[in-house]
Design a protein around this ligand. Structure first.
Ligand code: NAP
Length: 361
C-alpha cells in the first residue's frame, strides 16, 4: 500500500475530494508523474453523479478520478521508454471478449473492460503511479508541449470519424469530385470535444458549424476563425434557413431535445454520431413522423465511445499538424490552469472554458 495525494470520487454517486489515500502500488514497468491532467465533461458527470456506468475499483470505496493525462517518465525498466520521456496513458483496459483480444477494447462486446478514472480502475489524478509500457503512447513531437494533454480527448474524435468513414461507405456520401466540399457538418456543443470535432470536420473539407445556446468567449472565437469554423449562438440567430440541409451531425451535448431538433435538418444519407452523454437530460418526444423521416432518408445513427491505441497515435499527428499550422493558437485550447487541491473546477465550469487542466508540480 502507498499513501498518496489524489482526487477521489465515489462512483456512481459522485462528489469530489483532494485527499491522502491508501492505495495498492499500481503494477507496471514504467514509473510516471503527471505533468498535466485535463478535466472533461465525463469527470464532471461522474462528480455530479449523473453517469450511472461509473464504478469504484474492487476493494475500494472510492475512485481516483482522471483519464486525460500527460505524464513524464521518472523510472523505466522498459526498452521502449526512458526517464524524461513524455507519455500519454491509455484509458481503456481490455477484458476477454473478441474485440478486446484484438486490441479494440473501445469496441468491447461484453462490458467487462475497465477505464482508468471511470469504470473500476483508479485514474491519473494522483501524484505518481506505475504503468506497463503497452498502456503508454510516447509523445515524440517535443514542440507539442502542453498541447499533448489534448491527445486523450482527440483520440475519441479520431475514432468517431473512423465510425463515420465506415457507415458512410454504404453509399456515395461525397460530392461528384469525391470530396466533402459543399457538405455541411454540425457539431452540437462548444466544449473541448466539440472544438476538436470541428477541427477534424474542417480537415475533411466540410462546411463546419458549431452550435450552442449562448455566445463563446474571445479565445474560442479566435480558434473558430483560424480554423474556419462557423459558430452559431442559437439564442440569438435562427438555427438554419428552411432549405438548409446537414450531412453530418456530431452531438457532444447528450441532450435529446437538441439532437432531434437538428436531426430534422438532415439530408438524405445523413450520418448522426452520438458522442455526448448526459443521463440527467430530460426526455424529448419522438413522433412516428420522425421515424418515417429517418427511414426514408437512410439516416444512420451511430454511437461512438472511447478509442484504441491507433487513435491515440493519429491524435498526436493531428495535434502536431494543427500546432504547426495555427501557431500558438492550439496552446490557447488550455484556457484554465489549476493547482492540485482545487476542487471547484469539478462542479463549476469556468466561464469561457475550452479545457481546464491541473498542473502537477
Ligand atoms: P462539455 O465541455 O461539457 O461539452 C458539452 C457541451 O454541450 C457544452 O459546450 C454544453 O454547453 C453543450 N450543450 C449542452 N446542452 C446543449 C444544447 N441543448 N445545445 C447546444 N449545446 C449544448 O464536455 P466535453 O469534455 O467537451 O465532452 C462532451 C461530451 O462527451 C460530454 O457529455 C462527455 O461526457 C462526453 N464524452 C464522451 C466520450 C465518449 O467516448 N463517447 C468521451 C469523452 C467525453 P454548456 O456547457 O454551455 O452547457
Amino acid at each position: 500500500m502507498a499513501k498518496i495525494n489524489a482526487y477521489t470520487t465515489t462512483a456512481p454517486s459522485g462528489g469530489i475530494k483532494y485527499q491522502q489515500v491508501d492505495i495498492k502500488e499500481s503494477p507496471g514497468n514504467v514509473s510516471l508523474k503527471p505533468l498535466m491532467t485535463g478535466i472533461c465533461g465525463t469527470d464532471r458527470g461522474i462528480v455530479r453523479g449523473s453517469l450511472s456506468f461509473a464504478y469504484d475499483p474492487e476493494g475500494y470505496d472510492f475512485l481516483v478520478i482522471g483519464h486525460e493525462s500527460l505524464c513524464v517518465v521518472t523510472d523505466s525498466s522498459s526498452p521502449r521508454f526512458k526517464k524524461g520521456d513524455h507519455v500519454v496513458p491509455i484509458v481503456r483496459r481490455p477484458g476477454d471478449c473478441p474485440n478486446c483480444r484484438i486490441g479494440r477494447p473501445d469496441n468491447c462486446s461484453d462490458g467487462k473492460k475497465h477505464e482508468a478514472g471511470i469504470t473500476g480502475l483508479h485514474g491519473f489524478m494522483r501524484e505518481s503511479f506505475n504503468e506497463f509500457d503497452y498502456n503508454l503512447v510516447k509523445v515524440n513531437d517535443t514542440d507539442l508541449g502542453d498541447v499533448a494533454v489534448l491527445t486523450e480527448p482527440m483520440k475519441n474524435v479520431v475514432k468517431a470519424f473512423e465510425v463515420f468513414d465506415r457507415v458512410r461507405s454504404r453509399f456515395i456520401f461525397e460530392n461528384v469530385y469525391s470530396t466533402f466540399d459543399g457538405k455541411n457538418a454540425l457539431i452540437i456543443g462548444s466544449g473541448n470535444e466539440a472544438f476538436l470535432y470541428s477541427f477534424l470536420a474542417k480537415d475533411y473539407g466540410f462546411n463546419t458549424h458549431m452550435i450552442n445556446r449562448h455566445p463563446i468567449g474571445m479565445v474560442p472565437t479566435d480558434l473558430c476563425e483560424s480554423f474556419g469554423v462557423d459558430f452559431i449562438d442559437s439564442s440569438k440567430e435562427p438555427d438554419f434557413p428552411e432549405d438548409f440541409k446537414l450531412d453530418l451531425i456530431v452531438d457532444t451535448s447528450g441532450d435529446p431535445e437538441a439532437i432531434f431538433r437538428y436531426l430534422r435538418k438532415m439530408s438524405h444519407n445523413g450520418v448522426l454520431i452520438l458522442f455526448g452523454t448526459n443521463g440527467k437530460a430530460p426526455a424529448t418526444p419522438v413522433s412516428g413522423e420522425d421515424i418515417d423521416f429517418m427511414v426514408e432518408r437512410n439516416i444512420t445513427i451511430a454511437g461512438s465511445v472511447d478509442a484504441a491505441e491507433i487513435h491515440y497515435l493519429k491524435a498526436l499527428d493531428y495535434l502536431s499538424k494543427w500546432n504547426r499550422l495555427h501557431g500558438g493558437l492550439m496552446k490557447k485550447m488550455i484556457t484554465n490552469v489549476f493547482q492540485p487541491g482545487e476542487v471547484g473546477l469539478f462542479t463549476t465550469k469556468p466561464e469561457g472554458e475550452i479545457k481546464s487542466v491541473i498542473k502537477w508540480n
